[in-house]
Write a protein that binds this ligand. Structure first.
Ligand SMILES: [Zn+2]
Ligand SMILES: [Zn+2]
Length: 322
């Protein structure tokens, strides 16, 4: 199967995109040159109607993102274009970064559950780091009695995990198990989130890079994923299938685990998803014009999973070649 759609792409609107040629128009031209049938733009977006966005999302809002639609009017003939978003889910607060009203601006949504590098938003920091942060807060309070509690808390909260880890004498928490549990819990709580369930009934939704532990060194990802049992995966995917939520086959995430698919836990994970009745969409998660070429690996992954057209979400089922 040749994959002729890519609905996970970030252009310059996303803060993490550093390819200064990555305009919407450049993407459309590149997709046409690659012979693609369907292109979806899915920048990182937090709906400005939802309170609680982090500083990183402050400029990545719907009103600003809609500028891309201007380029869609000039899409090359034969290329279907969709306006989507990769929104956010803060599992720590069970908070979806998209309202029902906001979702109405999009043709589809990608919802991630595993941006684990967003500590204390998607995943709670390690208990020892919480302890170290508390100790720093107390020392700051003693050193600056003129500051309010709010100011002291904000100062202590500004330190990142790498700043605090040197103060942790010993990490007693088993990091692999802790991270994998956080990733599983975030998937399960997303499936129960009321806002998410409402949106799922209104437009096509895929879970972005399911079970890809973002922020973990690439070389260790395969080992992390071995801790996910088949039973846990089947439970998670059965809930998603019941909601009609697709799973995204994120080509970057699969290749980060191992470009050799014969030793790649992502293939086992997607096999469990397929057995549970989930359908799929493909995306490169490209942050550059050149990165769109990664879609050429989609066929190899589809073959490893034994996918047919009926395994694909209706949104993209036409955009493959058998
Ligand atoms: Zn993501
Ligand atoms: Zn992405």
């Amino acid at each position: 199967m040749k994959i002729l759609h890519d609905i996970h792409t970030h252009n310059l609107f996303s803060s993490c995109c550093t390819d200064y040629t990555a305009s919407t128009d450049a993407y459309l031209q590149k997709e046409a040159a690659l012979g693609m049938r369907l292109f979806g733009l899915s920048n990182h977006i937090w709906d400005e109607r939802v309170k609680g966005m982090s500083y990183w999302y402050r400029t990545q809002t719907i009103a600003r993102a809609e500028e891309a639609k201007n380029a869609f009017a000039h899409a090359p003939a034969g290329l279907r274009v969709l306006f989507g978003a990769e929104t956010e889910y803060y599992a720590c607060r069970d908070l979806l970064g998209m309202s029902e009203e906001g979702a109405a601006h999009f043709d589809y949504l990608l919802v991630p559950h595993s941006h684990l590098h967003m500590r204390n938003e998607v995943m709670w920091e390690f208990p020892e780091v919480i302890e170290a942060r508390g100790a720093i807060r107390e020392r700051l309070r003693a050193a600056f009695p003129e500051l309010s509690d709010k100011q002291v808390t904000a100062m202590a909260a500004a330190l990142k995990e790498p700043d605090l880890l040197p103060l942790v004498p010993e990490l007693r928490t088993e990091a692999h198990a802790y991270i994998v549990k956080a990733m599983t819990d975030s998937f399960l709580s997303l499936m129960e989130n009321a806002a998410f369930r409402k949106i799922c009934g209104r437009l096509p939704v895929s879970v972005a890079h399911p079970f890809s532990p973002c922020g973990v060194p690439h070389a260790e990802k395969n080992d992390y994923l071995k801790l996910l049992t088949d039973d846990v995966l089947t439970d998670c995917f059965s809930r998603a299938a019941a909601l009609g939520v697709a799973m995204e086959i994120n080509i970057s995430a699969v290749r980060e685990v191992n470009p050799d698919l014969s030793d790649n836990q992502m293939i086992r994970i997607f096999t469990r998803a397929k057995e549970a009745g989930c359908r799929f969409t493909f995306g490169t998660d490209s942050h550059s014009v050149k990165g769109l070429e990664l879609i050429s690996f989609g066929g190899e992954i589809a073959q490893a999973l034994g996918l047919g057209r009926s395994d694909l979400s209706e949104l993209v089922a036409d955009a493959v070649e058998l």
